[in-house]
Design a protein around this ligand. Sequence first.
Ligand code: IPD
Length: 294
Amino acid sequence: MAGSGEKGSELPLQECLQAAVQVALDAGQIIREALRIEKRVQTKSSAADLVTETDQLVEKLIISTLHTKFPSHRFIGEESVAAGDKCILTDDPTWIIDPIDGTCNFVHGAPVVAVSIGLAVNKELELGVIYNCVKEKLYTGRRGHGAFCNGEKLQASKQQDISKALILTELGSIREPTAVRMLFNNMEKLISVQAHGIRIIGSAALDLCHVATGDVEAFYQFGLHCWDMAAAAVIVREAGGILIDTAGGPLDLMSRRVVAAGTSQLAQRIARELEPVAYERDDSTEEAIDSRSK
Ligand code: IPD
């Protein structure tokens, strides 16, 4: 879709947020109804990287609804990228969409799934909407305007000490033995420095919402995608939390790795323990590499 040249300050961001909320609620109803019925499942990058007709249907609904309201905006959607669309973030307003975060849970009928819709303008994440459609919890965040769950303001944990931290992570869908071993080694290292516990729930977007609410102190993952964290990044930051790269520098949305925590001390402490697990970047096409070097 063509670029718009619209600047962030000229965009009706509140209208964008409202539109994202409405379509997330509509999408959530479809997912809720589909959760318990049998699905036709296909695989993508690995035998554990799953997609269903509901993922594709919901992504089409979200993109067509937002495209009708904001015709000049661009889209990065998990299933559109899987179908061959490029994953390139430009300065144009770009919606970054995961129709069902937690597809593996969804396939099994496990009720930990969410719709995730973020909006970036000039490559800056401006707003995020995540809808836990089973628990009917709607998380929203807008840069500079706070983060909320069903209208209640969110505050991340202020814990700095790793030995008092409950940490979420995900293993993702990679099954290559060396990488899997490294993922487990990282968990072992965090347990060795006395973290209270490590938990896996199967939805990176909801993991990050738990950081924003202060239910847990931190989350980290190698191998997630930009659509798993775009919306949640706004919500975590607006709740007072921080997201960094697993090597300790600033978050790079396309790098497929993140550490999030309520405090920068805890995020950096976790990052120091982690051995990097290499994944291909989300924007690793030649065209994207060209646009990054400009
Ligand atoms: C996945 C989930 C999972 C995480 C993967 C993600 P999807 O998203 O968030 O918890 O481990 O890395 O890709 O495929 O269910 O949208």
